[in-house]
Design a protein around this ligand. Structure first.
Ligand SMILES: [Zn+2]
Ligand SMILES: [Zn+2]
Length: 263
């Protein structure tokens, strides 16, 4: 019996690295890789499944290392694709809870992500029938996180209406599934539903903490332009500290997630 893939390919898929995620999501070009986009996308799904089965502390390291090194390219690749659901989206979707993503989402290259994702979704025809449940779930999950991080108001009124219509339709179609739940978060967010607004604000607060609050244990000094100026870690440019002493105190823990950062 012959396998579709070589042993070397199978070994490579089992070894997840920031570079392999970048390669399979097509955000970097690896000259000696002759795999088709379909094969790469399939390998990317496998690698993400591997990460999701790992212990959270292990996968978190890889998500941080990937985000630190490749987020600007991943986001540029996502913007360059027409489809809302595409390999760069799949890989960005798994790193949205890292502090690296939060910091990047405030920079010029990242702050329009929610608006761009929403307009890509708004462009999906209502009568399109080839969207599977897991893809609808991922689209809903990614947009819901972006709305929490960047605010519902960052999406134009016109796109909000179109997305609402589409998501209500999908939500009926995938009733009872995880897709209904993630699409529902976006629907409630767009409709200004008050519990969802609180949940989104809570999520934004939780995700912002590592880039706004001193990383030392029990120190709650927060970055506040004008009054409290915290220093950024020179290597990752993401964690912040109120003093060199507190940076030292936090280092043992922080070094696990501190990666040289491309932005
Ligand atoms: Zn650092
Ligand atoms: Zn401190």
């Amino acid at each position: 019996m012959t396998s579709l893939f070589s042993d070397a390919e199978i070994q490579a898929v089992l070894h997840v690295t920031p570079d392999s995620l970048a390669e399979y999501s097509g955000i970097i070009d690896v000259p000696d890789n002759n795999q088709t986009d379909e094969v790469k996308a399939m390998f990317l799904d496998r690698q993400i499944a591997i990460l999701q089965r790992q212990q959270h502390t292990e996968s978190e390291k890889l998500y941080c290392a990937f985000a630190a090194k490749y987020l600007p390219e991943a986001v540029a690749a996502f913007k360059a694709q027409l489809e809302a659901y595409c390999p760069p989206m799949v890989v960005i979707n798994v790193v949205t809870t890292t502090p690296y993503f939060i910091r990047f989402s405030r920079l010029p290259g990242g702050r329009d992500l929610a608006a761009i994702m929403a307009s890509k979704v708004a462009a999906i025809p209502l009568d399109r029938t080839d969207i599977q449940e897991d893809i609808a779930a991922a689209i809903g999950q990614f947009l819901a996180t972006l709305l929490a991080v960047q605010g519902v108001e960052s999406v134009s009124g016109e796109d909000r209406e179109k997305v609402l219509k589409l998501f209500r339709k999908w939500s009926n179609k995938f009733s009872g599934s995880f897709a209904e739940e993630t699409l529902g978060r976006c629907i409630d967010g767009f409709e200004g539903e008050s519990i969802m607004q609180q949940m989104m604000a809570g999520m934004r607060e939780m995700l912002s903490k590592p880039v706004e609050e001193c990383g030392a244990p029990r120190c709650e000094k927060r970055h506040d332009p004008g009054t409290t100026n915290l220093m950024q870690c020179g290597k990752c440019k993401t964690a912040v500290y109120c003093s060199p002493q507190h940076q030292k105190l936090a280092w043992k823990k922080h070094k696990q997630l501190c990666y040289p950062t491309a932005f």
